[in-house]
Every structure is written in structure tokens, then in C-alpha cells.
Design a protein around this ligand. Structure first.
Ligand code: HEC
Length: 162
């Protein structure tokens, strides 16, 4: 192999490593830094952070409404509320999505899917305990994500890190 060929392979290798590292950074790791309490900070703009936190409060309100409806025997509105938080609602902003670690987005999608499953369960039962049991399991996903991640603000990386 002549020198040019070797150089070509070397450059291709460097490019491959570079692309691999970039894919890892952008797809797997997202825009994150370690946080002092052991969680990982996902860094967003202040507006994006507000948007995600707003969605979180809506999810909390939704879970409360589902439980209240089911306990009152109102299965139909409860099922509709669960569906409203299902996959149909999984329309995250592309710009935010690009900053989320893969595990975070996967957990988020799994939660939306669980609300569709919950809607089906609610439609097929008149036993509130069955629904409350499934909600209890579903909420393990809230706990898992909250144990692992927090939302930081871009530029705050140094202050938020160890
Ligand atoms: C994929 C990850 C993930 C899942 C799943 C998740 N959350 Fe969150 N949630 C977060 C993060 C990250 C924060 C910000 C925490 C922080 O910065 O300390 C948050 C914050 C919140 C907040 C605070 C909102 C505010 O205004 O400060 C509430 C309420 C909340 N989540 C409710 C829920 C509920 C209820 C569920 C499950 C039904 C849930 N979340 C599932 C990631 C998640």
C-alpha cells in the first residue's frame, strides 16, 4: 500500500471514530452533565425546561384525575384521560429530543405506551382496584426517571456539576 492509501485508511478510521463518538454523544448521552447528588442533569434552555416541567405537572394532574374518576366509578372519562396521555401525546419538540439521553426518551415513550395500556384496562374493567394497581406499577417509571435525571439549564453546567 502506498503512503496515500495508508493515509486514506487512517483518515477513514479517524472519521469513523469521530462519527461514532458524535453519535454516542448526541444519541446516547444527550446534552448531560453529572450532578452533585448522583443524578444526571439534562441541560435545556430555560423555555425548554419550563415546557418539560409543565408537561410533568400535566401528567401528575392526569394521574390524579384518573384515580378520582375511577374511584367514583366513572370509567369512561378515566379511560379518555389515560388515552390523552398515550402515544398520541408523544410529540416532543425535535430540538428538546436532540438534547435528551436515549434512556430518558425511551422511558418517556414507555410511559406514554403505559397510559394507552391503562386506557385499555380501564375500558375492560369496573374494578377500581385493578386500575389503581396498574397506576401504581406505571408510577414506578416516574420514580425511576426522577431518581436518575434532573433538568438543568444550559450554561449552568459548572455550577450544577460536582
Ligand atoms: C423520562 C423521565 C421522566 C418520567 C418518566 C417522568 N418524569 Fe417527571 N420529571 C422528570 C424530570 C427530569 C424532572 C425535573 C426534576 C428536577 O429537575 O429535579 C421531572 C419533574 C416532575 C415534576 C415537577 C414539575 C415542576 O414544575 O417542578 C412533576 C410533578 C413530575 N415530574 C411528575 C411526574 C409523574 C407523575 C410521572 C409519571 C406518571 C413522571 N413525572 C414521569 C423526568 C421524568
Amino acid at each position: 500500500m502506498n503512503t496515500f492509501g495508508k493515509l486514506g485508511w487512517f483518515l477513514a478510521l479517524i472519521l469513523a471514530i469521530g462519527l461514532g463518538t458524535m453519535s454516542y454523544t448526541f444519541l446516547v448521552k444527550g446534552q448531560t452533565v453529572p450532578y452533585a447528588d448522583g443524578r444526571t442533569s439534562v441541560l435545556l434552555s430555560p423555555d425548554e425546561r419550563n415546557q418539560v416541567l409543565g408537561e410533568m405537572r400535566a401528567i401528575l394532574a392526569g394521574v390524579q384525575e384518573i384515580q378520582e374518576s375511577v374511584l367514583a366509578g366513572d370509567m369512561e372519562p378515566a379511560a379518555a384521560r389515560a388515552t390523552s396521555m398515550g402515544m398520541a401525546a408523544a410529540n416532543a419538540d425535535a430540538q428538546i429530543l436532540a438534547k435528551l439521553p436515549l434512556e430518558f426518551s425511551t422511558l418517556g415513550l414507555s410511559l406514554h405506551r403505559s397510559f394507552d395500556d391503562l386506557a385499555q384496562t380501564i375500558s375492560g374493567t369496573d374494578d377500581p382496584l385493578v386500575v389503581i394497581g396498574e397506576v401504581t406499577d406505571l408510577m414506578l417509571q416516574c420514580v425511576a426517571c426522577h431518581d436518575t435525571y434532573r433538568l438543568g439549564i444550559e450554561g449552568e453546567a459548572v455550577a450544577a456539576g460536582k
